[in-house]
Design a protein around this ligand. Sequence first.
Ligand code: NAP
Length: 331
Amino acid sequence: MKSVVLNAINDLSAEEVTRPTVTTGNSLVKILACGICGTDRHIYKGEYPSTKPVILGHEFGGVIEEVGPGSKFKVGDLVSVDPNIICGECIDCKADRNAFCPSLTALGVNINGGLAEFVLTPDTQIYPVRPDLNPLHLAFIEPLACSIRGMDLGALKGGEKVAVLGGGVIGLLVVQLAKLAGASEIVLVTRQKFRREVALQIGATRVIDPKAESVTDVLSGIDVTFECAGAVETFNQAQRITRRGGSIIILGLTAAGTKVEINPFDLVVNEHRIQGSYLNPLTQSRAAELVGSGKLNLDIMISKVVDLDGVKAILDAEPAEGDIKYIVTLN
Ligand code: NAP
């Protein structure tokens, strides 16, 4: 079968590999769509740890092609896949802290993932979706699950002033989730004009170009700030614009080892809660339901659809101005 293999840092190719064989407790999923995300770029450049060689792709779904003995799934089911595999037995798993499971492995990071014609998928990771779902929307379920985790930690109750720093897919999903959660104001800060225009169409009440305006001069009193850029600058801005007693939820990944400044005096007297949000513990099924509900505008974020041969060129280049989401489709 054809697949996209990361052989070493900055060494990626579309290759023929052996199609996996189904075993008990696993299903073979025929991939219909797989998203390419910021984390894939970090993995490709060696800024996020992964096994090598490995087939990339952790935002995917497709159709069940073959099932193992005793499977609850049927051939032909349309499914999304949670790539993050936990042991389910350790103290962290039992306390619903799945992302901290010492045995955590991920399809597309440590185990062969969704940039391939087929993926051998543990049945525990499979979430059926409505059969008439647009297959392209399968690629949004995992990033949405991560965004829902951030929303859970932000604990919006309705009526809050929200800022979202960074207008990639994660930021634009958080904008839509904040709208569904009843935020009274949703400010998106991002540099690209097209993304700001998209944000206004999907729920932002105000957008800011951080190149044209000083974010910390024009924004203050934010109840919950979602940092979705993974930049030192936005981390610092979040501390300045969030009201005393407010929350700062960090979704963006900086390169490992990046340092930021924290002023402990300000942290104490402002009682800021600075909270990391990692992966998608227990949120994949809600993400699958929400995508199926049709309440999110996902099509507006799709910039380009390519085949497996097109992945390397996408990861070799920086995302083109105005582009938001790249999706790989397979027939
Ligand atoms: P993305 O497309 O790279 O979006 C981030 C965007 O932030 C950039 O494209 C950029 O858009 C904007 N940005 C960068 N610097 C900025 C600045 N100084 N001020 C304002 N905006 C700035 O990536 P994504 O897929 O949306 O993911 C967002 C981040 O979350 C990434 O770091 C990704 O690795 C991480 N992530 C984390 C999790 C998790 O579980 N925590 C899950 C998935 C992804 P403009 O050019 O428009 O400014």
